[in-house]
Ligand binder design. Structure first.
Ligand SMILES: C[S@@+](CC[C@H](N)C(=O)[O-])C[C@H]1O[C@@H](n2cnc3c(N)ncnc32)[C@H](O)[C@@H]1O
Length: 213
């Protein structure tokens, strides 16, 4: 899939921050967080939201179009962020560089090996005591088991905007196990009707892992 196609459709260019990102701001502030990596920044909503709050923002993603939308939005808001095109399995920054990392709705789009590599990179680049917030798509999502099964609990949908992209679905035990290199602060489940109008109703469900290095 070319991720640029996603951001040709304004439905996917979300403007308001996700509630799981809003929820961690007091934790970030209480720890004196400065540098935050938004891994898979998309069309920039969390880059803008967190930059406005005074954090120093860095982002990685694969979509040039998402990067362009984010750069224009940053300019309008007179804000700054360092954006880099990079696969989730490579974070092009030194060890212990970030005070926090958020990875929302991104890591799901991979097979387990790729997910493990991404988590190793998040851990490597996070400073000791740094906070990580990572979401995983849940097996309670209505998309679970749709499309081709490419490995256990990983399905590539046959249709829709993300056709052919592997999606790995976790339960709580697997979310905790994948993130075991971090100390756990909180793990919780979010389940609600789909927030984006996709034509047919769907259930969106995620595990949210909040932890520290
Ligand atoms: C559902 S969007 C989430 C965007 C943003 N985190 C948010 O919450 O608004 C998924 C993002 O993951 C990015 N992405 C997908 N696969 C990727 C990969 N292998 N490496 C880096 N980014 C990837 C896509 O380009 C897209 O911007």
């Amino acid at each position: 899939m070319n991720w640029d196609d996603l951001y040709k459709d304004p439905r996917f260019c979300l403007k308001n921050p996700a509630e799981e990102v809003v929820k961690i701001v007091p934790i970030l502030q209480s720890r004196g967080t400065k540098r935050i990596l938004d891994l898979g920044f998309g069309a920039g909503r969390h880059i803008i939201y967190l930059a406005k709050l005074g954090f120093t923002m860095y982002g990685t993603d694969l979509s040039k179009r998402g990067e362009q939308i984010t750069k224009e939005w940053l300019e309008q808001e007179k804000l700054q962020a360092k954006l880099v095109m990079s696969d989730m399995t490579v974070i092009p920054y030194p060890d212990d560089f970030f005070d926090a990392c958020i990875c929302r709705g991104v890591i799901t789009h991979n097979v387990v090996n790729g997910i493990r590599t991404c988590i190793t990179e998040m851990h490597r680049t996070l400073s000791p005591g740094g906070v990580v917030m990572c979401t995983f798509i849940s097996r309670e999502s209505s998309e679970y088991r749709k499309g081709e099964e490419v490995e256990p609990h990983t399905f590539a949908p046959d249709e829709g905007i993300e056709a052919g992209v592997p999606h790995h679905f976790v339960d709580e035990e697997e979310a905790r196990s994948l993130m075991q290199c971090f100390k756990t602060i909180e793990v919780y489940h979010m389940k609600h009707g789909g927030l984006i109008d996709m034509g047919t109703p769907y259930v969106s469900a995620h595990w949210v892992f909040l932890g520290e290095k």
